[in-house]
Design a protein around this ligand. Sequence first.
Ligand code: ZN
Length: 458
Amino acid sequence: MAYVRKAKKRPYADQVFKFIADFPDLIYDGMIKCKVCQIDLQCWDKGACRRHVNSTRHIKNQNGVTPKTQFMFDLLFVLVTCGVPFLILDRLPFREFWKKYCPDVDLPSRTALRNYVTTVREDVVNRIKCALKNKRLWLCVDETTDCKKNSIVNVIVRVMDPLKPTVPLLLASKRLTECTGQTITWVVLETLAKFQVPPSQVLMLVTDGDTTMRLVGRYLQEQGCRLLHVTCKVHALHLVAERIRKCFPEVDALIASTEKVFLKSPKHLRAFHAQCPGVREPSQSILTRFGTWLEAALYYAQYFQQIKVVVLQFNPAEAAGAKESQTKFRDISIETDLQIVRNNYKGLYGSIEKLQNGALSLVESLQILDEVDTLLHTIDDARNDRVLEEFESVKKDSDFITLKQISDGVSTNPLTEFKECFNYACVTSTDVERSFTKYKHIFRQGEHVSMRQLWKHI
Ligand SMILES: [Zn+2]
């Protein structure tokens, strides 16, 4: 009878992830494998893993030629991050090009590369776990609706490094049938658990100012997260810009009607370019982008006379919006209003642009907001009172006030203990907005694919 060796009891996956995080060369996909040596290690504890990575064989392989697994990992990484479909590997012109210039390296087929996807994904998750281990963290959560009207929740994290800004990492992108404060909180907690992050590691949460997101902040605090929940300050300034738009309805009407004149009209655009050489086309203020209305108003204030000449020569019966646009351009008071918007709020637009830079230090972000505060308080125009009222929401954000106090060293909040971690604390949720843009690009209308199909697709 064959001798059957009694198998050592295997640890649970989460136990493996805990210790494997210390060994970037090792991956776990049900088995512990070495990427460098391309073998299953057949070992299940930290000591054995350490012995392997310190072994002569492993070190020799590490210094030798790039093994196949490493090549597959790198190839997958490059294709995915550059958005190149895996299909390219099966295309003859590409294979011939490869054969000509890299004759010594075998180019895998799409199917062969796809077999590595799960392993690479596990590896990426492990690397993120490594990066987050025992670090103080900044979280950002938001929700959007995709082209199929699904609710999508994205969770972004940054390590709060006292010395430099860090790269945002997308931890989760979940589709929810019901999007409430509770379900989003659940996504956040589940994500933290998946990456083995105790909630106490999270010091700050940034979301927009919606009621649902305010609930998420409250629920997380109730769950024992002692984080500061700050609402996005770019969103807040965008709302201030929207308030300006409401205060100048005639300017808004001029912008809207003139855009219609040029929208999808090559003839009108040709006339525009012929008469306004070097001037960019009339902006189309997409109102979901931050501060775009203000940008459009500044544009019309700058080129009012030139655009007026062009618009007035169009046949009002020919183009949608032309008649209204012409009436507005003839109205002197609108031109005056445009100059008022330009003189008073140009600085605000600049601040919205500057604040979207995720690499700003907290001091720099606070300074930008202070400048807006000063700017809005020096404006001498009755309409500005309503604008100021909107800006007050920035000041009412209680955790933001605490954040400022921590930064100034005058807070009694227990989080003051981690003051340095807030040096590069981002006060905007633009990271998550960008992640939604990428998501919507992948799952665009008419090409909707499931996540599983997506992996097949790439
Ligand atoms: Zn090895």
